[in-house]
Write a protein that binds this ligand. Sequence first.
Ligand SMILES: C[S@@+](CC[C@H](N)C(=O)[O-])C[C@H]1O[C@@H](n2cnc3c(N)ncnc32)[C@H](O)[C@@H]1O
Length: 273
Amino acid sequence: MSESVNKRMDHIEAGHYWNTSAESWTKLSRAGYDIYRDYLNTPAAFAMLPDVQGLTGLDIGCGDGHNTRLLAQRGGRMVAIDIAPVFISHAIQSERENPLQINYQVASAVDLPFIDESFDFATAFMSLMDVPETDRALAEAYRILKPGGFLQFSITHPCFDTPHRRNLRDENHRTYAIEVGDYFRHREGEIDEWLFKSAPAEMKAGLRRFTIPIFSRTLNYWLNLLIKTGFQLEHVEEPRPTDETVSACPELQDAQVVAYFLHMRARKPGIRF
Ligand SMILES: C[S@@+](CC[C@H](N)C(=O)[O-])C[C@H]1O[C@@H](n2cnc3c(N)ncnc32)[C@H](O)[C@@H]1O
């Protein structure tokens, strides 16, 4: 086999895929079609977030800066990085239009351009599972945190976002179970091609489809990695939409059946501030 066939995808190559998807992603998410983020993950993340008023924070894998801006509005003094220049240019444009003193930079989670112990907290909303070098990304987050600082992050749920997954639906088209399988297979950059399902066809017409490399890890892998890196696990959530949320956004009904997402907060040992 040739070398290119054997070579595992690294964060730089994965970043290129994200960059080519960033224009469509920004357009659709800003038009309100990233419904799992807007109706489920962001409310859950901010509900479990400690007070960040006056704290210096780093948002890792910030995309177009949607959640970074919410952190800044809560009083966090924010720096945010993403590997995809297209996302960062949209984030900087928003900062120009509505300044929140956020410092955006193109950088990789695997190689953070910051000195040791320079942040009070770090966030990574749905981004760490997109980094093949998961161990290096967590080690970097740990390194840049001050002792006593926390990392809060969300990922697709390892147990339910498995290589094999199928919704089982009743006669009313309601999901009543999710069939999962192949859980133990670590995907290493398999390309998933899609656009946000809830966006109407006319909105999607002509848009470049996302091409996203998938890196799946098991639950024990994530937990052991946090422990091995030195973090103390502090809080875990598996967000479930309420009935009211499902009424407002019926596409989320299947997220009431199993947990699609996992949110964790872990702390670097030290005196808390
Ligand atoms: C699912 S999007 C989430 C974006 C944003 N956090 C949000 O919640 O809207 C994943 C993000 O991770 C970024 N990303 C992927 N690999 C990265 C890496 N190695 N370093 C930094 N960002 C990365 C992608 O460019 C993308 O913006």
